[in-house]
Design a protein around this ligand. Structure first.
Ligand code: NAD
Length: 282
């Protein structure tokens, strides 16, 4: 029987523990989120992050900057947050507007406050197999959810579709840490089906509805659907859920799968950074 992996429930369990831990702290952790412009999806994501932080007793502040903010001005805001000892975690909501150099902005975040794990310091440590200050939230949430369902990754063939810096690439590194054999597929991959059919685990992080259909998966595979596509005001993933679920052993739904896990990991990363900074007397 197919198991629908409940990311919402798992995230609630994790965040309940975070809430308990935070409630015992006299000084609360504090997350700063910078949002540039008024991208509708970003508005929702930032609001959800703020709401979750509030629910867990984590302080948060959102800096809303206009879409025409200069790169220098945005950098200045990051430097201020880096210096502010009340702030433990800094997040710049992506995507940024065209005129801003994303790499320069992300690199400006102090690695010890880099709650998304996107700076080259933290990402480099992840790639080298060292301990970063934080692991990127979505890949970390995917690994945690599979762990919750006792899915053993060692020696398994995992096909990760999508090679973005925020999901596919760091996830492939995390899967390798768990001794999976990883294949990275992307928009230039020829004959994706050939790869997915021989995979024990398929992760789709593309943003393309029905990219993964039942004929592309083998019986008993594990399917992780990261994609978020808004169709007729409804959220769906990259996987043709209803037909694929008939064949596989585990599958994540959209919504209620990886989305809530990502937010839970953001909260966990905020708390971890707070604790690490405190341990250093900062
Ligand atoms: P992105 O847009 O930066 O990259 C998409 C990737 O998909 C690229 O590497 C590209 O090569 C690959 N790709 C495009 N078309 C393809 C095809 N036909 N076959 C194979 N590969 C193809 O992606 P991203 O920022 O990683 O986001 C991917 C999806 O995941 C989006 O739908 C996004 O909304 C969603 N997402 C969800 C969460 C969550 O918490 N659930 C978090 C981050 C992203």
């Amino acid at each position: 029987m197919t198991v629908i992996m409940d990311g919402k429930l798992t995230a609630e369990k994790i965040t309940a523990e975070i809430k308990t831990e935070v409630s015992a702290l006299t000084v609360k952790p504090k997350l700063a989120v910078i949002k540039v412009g008024d991208n509708p999806a970003s508005q929702i994501y930032v609001r959800n992050k703020q709401k979750k932080a509030l629910e867990l007793g984590i302080n948060s502040v959102v800096l809303e900057l206009p879409s025409n903010v200069s790169e220098e001005n945005l950098l200045e805001q990051i430097y201020i947050l880096n210096e502010d000892t009340d702030i433990n975690a800094v997040l710049v909501q992506l995507p940024l507007t065209e005129h801003i150099n994303k790499q320069r902005i992300i690199e400006a975040i102090e690695p010890i406050k880099d709650v998304d794990g996107f700076t080259s310091f933290n990402f480099g440590r992840l790639a080298l197999g060292y301990q970063p200050y934080t692991f990127p939230c979505t890949p970390k949430g995917i690994i945690r959810l599979m762990d919750e369902y006792n899915i053993n990754l060692e020696g398994k063939k995992a096909v990760v579709i999508g090679r973005s810096n925020i999901v596919g690439k760091p996830l492939s590194l995390l899967l390798q840490r768990q001794n999976a054999t990883v294949i990275m597929a992307h928009s230039k991959t020829i004959n994706l089906k050939e790869h997915t059919l021989s995979a024990d685990i398929i992760v789709s992080a593309v943003g393309h509805p029905n990219l993964i259909t039942a004929d592309m998966v083998s019986e008993g595979a594990v399917i992780i659907d990261v994609g978020i596509n808004r169709i007729d005001n409804k959220l769906i993933g990259d996987v043709d859920f209803n037909t694929v679920k008939e064949k596989v052993s585990f599958i994540t739904p959209v919504p209620g799968g990886i989305g809530p896990m990502t937010i839970a990991m953001l909260m966990e990363n905020t708390l971890e950074l707070y604790k690490f900074q405190k341990s250093l007397g900062l």
